[in-house]
Design a protein around this ligand. Sequence first.
Ligand code: ADP
Length: 504
Amino acid sequence: MRESPRGALGLDIVRTPPEYPRSAMKIVHAASELFPYMKTGGLADAVGALTGTFADRGNEVSVFLPGYRTALAHPGAAGAERRFRLKIEMGDQYLSGDVRAFSPRNNLTVFLVCRDEFFDRSQPYGNGERDYEDNADRFTFFCKAVVETMRLAELGADIVHAHDWQTGLLPLLLREAERRFGVTLAMKTVFTIHNIAYQGLFPAGYFPRTNLPEELFSMDGLEYYGQVNFMKGGILFADRVTTVSPRYSREIQTPEFGCGLEGVVQTRVDDLYGLINGVDTAVWNPETDALIQARYSAANLAGKRACRIELLRHCGFDAAFSGPVFGMICRLTEQKGVDLVIENSAYFRNRDCRLVVLGKGEKRLENELRDLAASVPAKVFICAKLDETMSHMIEAGCDFFLMPSLFEPCGLNQMYSQVYGTVPVVSKVGGLVDTVLDADEDLSGGTGIMCEATASGLGDALDRASKLFANKPRYAAVQQRGMARDFSWKTAAAAYEKLYRDAV
Ligand code: ADP
């Protein structure tokens, strides 16, 4: 496993060696989410920023996304034109589809893989209660369509970069197609694990639909305890494997965080890289953010105070409240430590503070948060939907951001929070460890508050946050240090560029 060097703050610093050739590369990405056309979490932000940054650096970038209903309806995709009609082999059937394309900026082409039966749905993975039953078919079809389009369009990529289990079969399908048609479609493949907890596990009977050679349904292939595992395919068969933080790249080699794939990850340790995501500063920047009440910077925080008042009003709280305001934005799943917040309900009920939660997901968690908010409506507010504007209002208007995740591959909101002068309260896992420094452990460099991922750990962190907030000069110093951090994609893109160039 290779990592970038660690700087004085213990944070990863990546330098592009000056001797690096600057010639443009042809890069193809495939993912199930892409901001702003489809987003349920950080995957969309990461792929959106990575593709945009590489296009802006003069590379020729193509990105494939399923032609979801919402993606096709997005105003940015209005100019999408049908480029190819496809017949995709799925087991002993052929399924038709088409590929539409548009170019949202120079050097970037977005390809939408369309087949209404699979993608004309309101949500990408499930109906809110359960995953769709045909997910294996939907994403196998998607991967095969990417390969077929690359062949028809003669894309001739230097790098094909696949993201998460939905595209786990892509590296393998690509090499199979090259063998079958006697062509070279890509020099090298990269597979990024954004979250190893979601693996794409399907019954053994599914395997023939992949049309891959039978011997690949084995321990050294896609088989995982009698099932087909798409993510295992990506990890085993890509030329390079990356994950989204150095810490998580180590964690996924252990049983505690590897979700059963730790042994598979260990076999790729020489080709495994932990590269932290960046912040898309075109979207997340308090100096230019059009979604917040007032713009502000580290030098002048008057705008942040206006955002705080606006948030308090929006939540129905007393706008003159002067104690700490805590915010939380996440998918409502166990991973995000929502239970730990609920277990600390007494804190939010009894202390002089406010809590604003924006989250959608598991009904149980949503209901428990609603109950808490209903019991103290003047202090706790929950907004149970996906709401991009509200997420910016929370980042700008809060004093602290809660992220007590049980595991966190990278995490974006703790970085957004620092950029917005909102002190993050995070657990000591994954990318959170790589991007936040504890203010009590590092008196001159701390940018947040870190805790164990337990209810009592969070309770202790909330106490420390309240104390910090009461000490205005200290709070301001922690806030300023966070705002001075550079989380832009410049750093992350340099790390990916080095990886791509070393690979080809
Ligand atoms: P994950 O990918 O595990 O969900 P990340 O921290 O990497 O977590 O990224 C989460 C992204 O999704 C952030 O951009 C966050 O602001 C956004 N997000 C999560 N829940 C919501 C919501 N209910 N409304 C709007 N944005 C949300």
